[in-house]
Design a protein around this ligand. Sequence first.
Ligand code: GLC
Length: 530
Amino acid sequence: MAKSLVEETKRITAQFEYTDDDVNRGVLEFLRQMNEGLQNDGTSLSQIPTYVTGVPNGTEKGLYMAVDLGGTNFRVCSVHLNGDSTFDLTYNKVAIPKELMVAKTSKELFGFLAKQIELFLKEHHEEHFEAHQRRRKSSKAPEGYETENLFQLGFTFSFPVQQFGINKGSLIRWTKGFDIPDAIGKDVCALLQEEIDLLHLPVKVAALVNDTVGTLMARSYAAPGKTSTLIGAIFGTGTNGAYVEKITNLQKSVDGDYNKSTGEMVINTEWGSFDNQLNVLPSTPYDKKLDQDSVNPGIQIFEKRVSGMFLGEIARLAILDLYEKPTLSLFKDANSNNNDGKATSRVGEGSGLFQQWGLDSSLMSIAVGDTTPDLSSLRKELESELQIRSASVEEAQAFKDIAYAIGRRAARLSAVALGSIVIQSGRLTETKDESVDIGADGSLVEYYPSFRDMIYEAFKIIKDIGAEGADRIKIGIAKDGSGVGAALIALVAANMEEEETKDTLAALKNATAQKLAGAIPSVGASTTLA
Ligand code: GLC
């Protein structure tokens, strides 16, 4: 019995092998799809221009607000940037009610978000809030407020959005289990601003921010080194990355104004949809089933192999497959000799093992992290989380091996994405010894044991990186990217607006001067044209 369980487990884990050759093939295809996305719209790697044309250096200052929608929770924060790479952050966090993720209208969701902003302001910025309410009542202006009294807010909205400006962009598609069809194609900043205005809050949605862009900005602000940060990456509920690209490589058209002087722009890759066409990505029967049963079959194919929302489901499907084999005795083993009390292991009827999404990826982190000889913590968790009672060491080991194989494949796929961007940037070859900085956030990099080590291991075997290159790549955890990063982009946006106002004033002055000059020709003014 025990032997065939071991063999069957091996058969499953072998399907999640992602070899060195696979990694290198993946990199070539990733680079190809990156460049395709820089040239055309509608490609599988969207390569979205973000209108952010520089990264901070740590000296930025001021009080800003940020909200964050895109994972399991909605966060509202105010961020005080101290100008010395440090910041103070105050925040409220609420779980997003499941029914709002699939609400009938976007108004329901955005109304809820505005309400949370109101509660936050009342709780943490009461003075500002009340002064504003008083001004509104006494003001004769139709909007009832003056722009300078508004909080500038960075809206971290972590879904694929086609941007038209720093605070404008229409939703391309929902991901991560959200599905509210009437929001598609709409400007999400306007949707939020409308609801904010209905509540008369002193808040202006100044910037639209993907969490990866926020992470890149936050890392750059907090760890300004000799070289600026190249990539912001999320390995959490979803996965995605943003990076600094040379404007000359960005060949598709970019509408609207942006600052061209830096020669760079941050690009949101939306790598969750890398290789939707499955040119190179691995596909086990479990991956296929997960995709078929998801709300968005055929898209976010890379994300469905890498991120926290999906890894647990892949593991569940693989383990269920073993469990259902009549000839095998996984979690139903009367002969298990190693469990305490020599009881038959069994699975409760209501176990998550039998329900879609019933296995949380955090259980995989626990499994892989359990290094005790009898896997005691894992067996306890299997009981409390999945109603798997009296699991033997062998059974727990099978669970652990599968969790490890799925996590390792995810880490190596992550290395494909990160490694390709490092290669695309040219930073390893343009300088001899400078490091290439990456800010990362999300439950997988934070809690899945050795996730980063497995990424580095894969970097080493990538042809254009190698061991030396891998040593120069620094992946640092960037916490609070979606708060601090969003605040930083709100600051950039506010500065841009100030510049624009200055420009408009200067243009007005110019025009008036010209008019006056036309009316009363100044002495010595030439009236001849060429
Ligand atoms: C999904 C979203 C993307 C986001 C990522 C991480 O892939 O489409 O915009 O950055 O999740 O939250």
